[in-house]
Design a protein around this ligand. Structure first.
Ligand code: HEM
Length: 476
């Protein structure tokens, strides 16, 4: 009872304080830019499932003509956000974090610090860039073993067509591979406490902030750490993970000299690749004509290599092109990329001015579907990027993980995703395993069910859609 009174007293004081602050604070920022919104009902609830329509309208009217526009910012209402055409990208992408902040955007989107959590910052980038990427060459075999072990354990026996929900399956496969790379054998076993903690944490971290955003006013987000079950669970899981990790890290510190001597390092750092994996599986089921050639490529490359290595995975060029095409069509689940928040008013060379604190972003999804960038953009062409690679000498461009000029899926410049190489190799290992052992198809009674769902600024493959799976009778 005392606790409830204390919380109520704190909430009332915070409310009074906020009223005082709000009356002194400036009104929502007005921009001298066209504002794109829904005709008729323009309520916030419409943006949950229909944001793509606004971005599409803005792209046709403004972005495709090289002009910026503004729209509702789902992470910062009632302030607008600015959607910029690609001509502004070079001026933004290498600006230092102190000037054009990526982490402020992440914090606004995830609201982690507002609900009592630690913020995410450059440390995770450093871990991915200098640790995981360097170690990746040594990790392919253990990652493949983790993938095979997870598939063997999680995929039910299916000599005949059986209905399976693929999303939880794919999450478990990536959880197995991520644990293998990020915490190593001490904690990362299939049935380990770490494995279950990390999966429950990802689930809580993906759902709890969303629940807080719709159930609490912005100024009361902080209270959710005491009153919301999802948020409390999230922080409990994180505390337990720290307890598990502490002795392992201590042992690693002690062994650092030895690791340095061997030139090997392992780090933590992680992001969910499951949405991209499920999108690719759906795209394969919808474009089955390319499957025999992808399977032939896998068998050919595998028979020339005793084990999977980074080099061998790199030889899977058709599979790679198919993956990049899937990423082009679905923009790796995000409608916008390179979101940044200027810390002070920012003025571009052409005098376009963005006030401090206003989010700017580039429309990656619609950029991927622009006929000026990709001819015949509505056609799913699995060989599109393979042809591009064959036409140029620099083969580092246009492979799945390359942040080339024809896509903004991985971001750009200073903050371009450092985990994209890990994502590339783990996705390939998973697809290689699934495509050589199983067949997949959609069930006839699910033809009308949407394959992809729009949620705010994201487009995700439908996680509740079951598919039919069967063990292959013969090797491809
Ligand atoms: C398909 C999976 C993934 C997608 C679609 C993705 C996408 C992105 C995007 C769009 C950005 C922002 C870039 C920018 O704004 O310029 C980013 C940043 C980042 N990603 Fe990923 N990512 C994925 C996987 C991963 C993985 C597996 C890791 C870690 C192992 C990771 C770690 C990071 C980090 C640390 C940053 C911040 C980079 C910085 O500030 O310099 N990502 N990612």
């Amino acid at each position: 009872m005392l606790l409830i009174f204390s919380i109520a007293a704190i909430a009332i004081s915070a409310w009074l304080l906020r009223q005082n602050t709000v009356s002194r604070r400036a009104r929502p920022t007005k921009l001298n830019l066209p504002y794109v919104q829904f005709d008729g009902d323009n309520s916030a609830s419409r943006y949950v499932a229909e944001t793509e329509a606004i971005l599409s309208k803005g792209y046709a009217q403004y972005t495709s003509k090289g002009q910026p526009f503004s729209m509702r910012n789902p992470n910062d209402a009632p302030n607008p956000m600015v959607i910029l055409p690609v001509k502004y990208l070079d001026e933004v992408r290498w600006l230092p974090e102190q000037r054009m902040s990526f982490w402020r955007h992440i914090d606004k989107q995830s609201i982690l610090t507002q609900i009592g959590g630690p913020g995410i910052n450059d440390e995770v980038t450093l871990a991915a860039r200098s640790g995981m990427n360097r170690a990746l060459v040594y990790l392919i075999e253990p990652l493949n073993e983790a993938c095979v072990a997870a598939c063997t354990k999680e995929i039910p026996s299916c000599p005949e067509w059986a209905s399976v929900l693929p999303y939880p399956l794919i999450i478990k496969i990536f959880a197995g591979m991520s644990a293998c790379a990020m915490v190593g054998p001490e904690l990362g076993g299939l049935d380990s406490e770490w494995q279950s903690l990390s999966m429950r944490y990802v689930e809580a971290a993906l759902s709890a902030p969303g629940v807080v955003k719709v159930s609490y006013p912005t100024w009361l987000y902080w209270m959710s750490q005491y009153t919301n079950k999802g948020v409390r669970t999230m922080w409990k899981l994180q505390t337990r993970a720290s307890e598990l990790l502490a002795p392992v890290l201590q042992a690693r510190v002690a062994a650092t000299e030895e690791l340095k001597a061997k030139g090997q390092r392992k780090v933590k750092g992680r992001r969910n690749t499951s949405g991209a994996g499920l999108s690719m599986l759906f795209d394969l089921m919808e474009n089955p004509e390319v499957l025999p050639d992808i399977q032939e490529e896998i068998v050919r490359v595998r028979s020339a290599n005793p084990t999977w290595t980074r080099r061998a995975l790199g030889e899977l060029r058709l599979l790679d092109s198919f993956m990049r095409e899937s990423a082009r069509i679905h923009a790796l689940t995000q409608y916008t990329a390179v979101q940044r928040i200027p810390t002070e008013q920012w003025t571009f060379k052409d005098e376009l001015t963005i006030p401090a604190g206003i989010t700017l972003a580039f429309p990656s999804f619609h950029h991927n579907l622009d006929p000026a960038i990709h001819p015949d953009p509505g056609t799913f062409d699995p060989r599109r990027h393979l042809r591009k690679r064959e036409e140029i000498e620099n083969t580092h461009r246009f492979h799945f993980a390359s942040a080339s000029t024809d896509t903004m899926n991985w971001g750009s410049g200073r903050h371009a995703c450092p985990g994209r190489f890990f994502a590339q190799e783990t996705l390939k290992l998973m697809l290689v395993h699934l495509l050589t052992r199983y067949e997949f198809k959609h069930a006839d009674d699910k033809t009308g069910v949407p394959r992809f769902i729009s949620r705010n600024m994201f487009s995700i493959p439908n996680p509740t859609l079951p598919i039919l799976m069967r063990e292959r009778k013969t090797a491809p």
